[in-house]
Design a protein around this ligand. Sequence first.
Ligand SMILES: C[S@@+](CC[C@H](N)C(=O)[O-])C[C@H]1O[C@@H](n2cnc3c(N)ncnc32)[C@H](O)[C@@H]1O
Length: 275
Amino acid sequence: MPAKLNNKDFARLSEFITGEFGIKMPDLKRIMLQSRLQKRVKELGYKNFSDYIDYFFSKKGMEEEVMHMIDIVSTNKTDFFRENEHFEYMMHTLLPDLYPNGKKGNLKFWSAGCSSGEEPYSLAMVLAEYRIGNPLIDFLVYGTDVSPRMLKTANQAFYKEDRIGNIPPELKTKYFLQSGNREEKKVRIVPELREKVIFSRLNLIDEFYPTPFVFDVVFCRNVLIYYDRGMQEKIILKLCSRIKNEGYLFLGHSESIAGLNLPLKHIQPTIFMKP
Ligand SMILES: C[S@@+](CC[C@H](N)C(=O)[O-])C[C@H]1O[C@@H](n2cnc3c(N)ncnc32)[C@H](O)[C@@H]1O
């Protein structure tokens, strides 16, 4: 296979990716695209990039390959309790405000763009901890991503032990099981927490979000960063349609809604309420 994605093929693909998905594709992304495409081209058994690109633009490719392309051009980096101020805010401000002690409720949280599951499981740990002092609440966390590969890892809930190094020991003991095989150095989320988190494939570019609930809180963090402002506004509007009145939206720390026309009230940087 030729080692390089030629100018014509890069231009064709990047124009499509920006035009259809609103994902920014500067020339800087060419090397990344080339190396990730190489794996995909091999996987599908094509001899070179051009054959793959012809397939991509065919009717079958448009139906079956588009979700893989979003997976190829976005990054899955994540962590347990990433941007921990959000989890602290939930535990100490948001949950006590929404569900003070003695109030019954069944909370629904959504991690949109959940990658390999660390974010929804972190949310579930905070909710489970809050529930100890507030046993009248119950909760469910819904995790969605465009990438079937990430969703598979999320569902399996096995993680390398070094990924949980920063989690407080009492949470580790409560919510992670050591793998039977100590050579492997893997841990797994306990079944009681796994059953509180459900995963499903959802592409945020799609016109409708057929989620089974409307949500008290939506986390959509470090996902919008790949998209241009127009697409960001469209996605957040659709997210808002799935948030309850007086529910919350959390964005990633480098994401902002400044200049976008959205029905959201600013609570503090990256935390918004739907009035
Ligand atoms: C950098 S990760 C962020 C994960 C997590 N939210 C966090 O902050 O740690 C971005 C995730 O967004 C997903 N993503 C990108 N575009 C998407 C789309 N159109 N629909 C659904 N998920 C998308 C990617 O597959 C990736 O898993």
